[in-house]
Design a binder for this molecule. Sequence first.
Ligand code: ADP
Ligand code: MG
Length: 422
Amino acid sequence: MADSMKKYILMHKNIPVADMELDEASCAISAIGHVYEERHVPVGIPVKKGMIDRGALNEWWKGRAIPASRAGIKSALVELNLSTTQKLLEKCLGLSLSDQYWICPADSGIQWSQVNFFDNPFSDDVGNILFGQGSSSDHMSLMSPDNTSDGWLKKKWKIIDGKRCLIKGGSGATQQEPYNEVLASRMMERLDIPHVKYSLLVEDDYPYSVCEDFITPQTDLISAWHIMQTVKKPNHVSVYQHYLDCCDANGIPDIRESLDRMMVLDYLIVNEDRHQNNFGVVRNAETLEYLGAAPLFDSGTALWFDKPTAMIGFKAKVGCKPFKNSHEEQIKLVSSFDWLNLNNLYGIDEELRELVRGSVFIDDARCDALCRALKDRVEALTEIVNSHRNLSPVDDFRSDVTENIAYSGSQEEEPEQFGAKE
Ligand SMILES: Nc1ncnc2c1ncn2[C@@H]1O[C@H](COP(=O)(O)OP(=O)(O)O)[C@@H](O)[C@H]1O
Ligand SMILES: [Mg+2]
């Protein structure tokens, strides 16, 4: 049934990577043909004897679509009259603002320069629908980088003063994630940790975080999950060590140092969702040279964001990712605190108070509890740093995280599991 297939070339910016066919009903890759440039095959997808592993490429392709667990996605799909988020993926040729991959319809002659979202404007239609604001026009444009955005929170890309910016909402009764995101970015500023800068936007009383795209037409963001697929993980090796080994094998510089910084931040803010797609590395999209760890982004699932006020503080049982299942174990992996000056966080609790002032979601009692708990966290880390001086890092793999699962917000939703084989 040739007419139910559509032929494409998988492209990496201007470079043809492989011929492929998409099944129109499922939008899955039904066949992969000639491979033109093996080096440009997405990272972590096995290629054996010149053949791309179709299952793995399909997982990668599906992973570019909006996850089914995205807040509000069901009603958005109804409004768009589409059955799955994968259909949206085809509508924007798989183009993203986080890397340079796309699919070019065979014989169309379309050039990357004509379609990429870094240089070409895009419509707000899909973003507005994802935000439950309907569409402004009768002729909706589905050509949007929102179609390839990951993550559970409501979000949209918007061009603000010529810059591509990601606007992200919060969840639940406290809508705390945008405040956390901004606070985390200010803490990293003070601690000199490379990070994405987030600012706060309040619209109709709802908070949003806004950050600029940190990827350019010259770079690709590659998630830690895909980097971890480049080498088979031996059973006796911890997740942490495996990531270091993979980065080493790929020549990615300074990863131990950047993980030290990430684990310190996540300890301080009690981040519960640093799964393997919430951090990664950046490479040059043309030379394929790895530049190093990506600046830290997505730190909103922290500071007891989904817990009632009475549970804020040390007594609450909270999870930890990506390496160990408790922050107490994970912080032991830090190889050096020599770079860390916790005195720079002096007054950070008051900065948090200022940030949430006027919020209709975070009342005074919650604000007080958060400020106190954050201060306690800084003190706890100070003690750890002091007692760490003469010890070497501990990597006890009995407390390893065993699955890479993202927080999905509601108990009814299926958890979003990365890399699960069909
Ligand atoms: N500033 C940015 N520049 C480029 N890509 C980004 C940026 N922020 C996020 N992304 C990409 O978008 C994805 C979703 O964003 P994220 O902040 O993780 O949302 P969520 O909180 O819903 O998980 C990320 O996994 C990353 O691939
Ligand atoms: Mg995320």
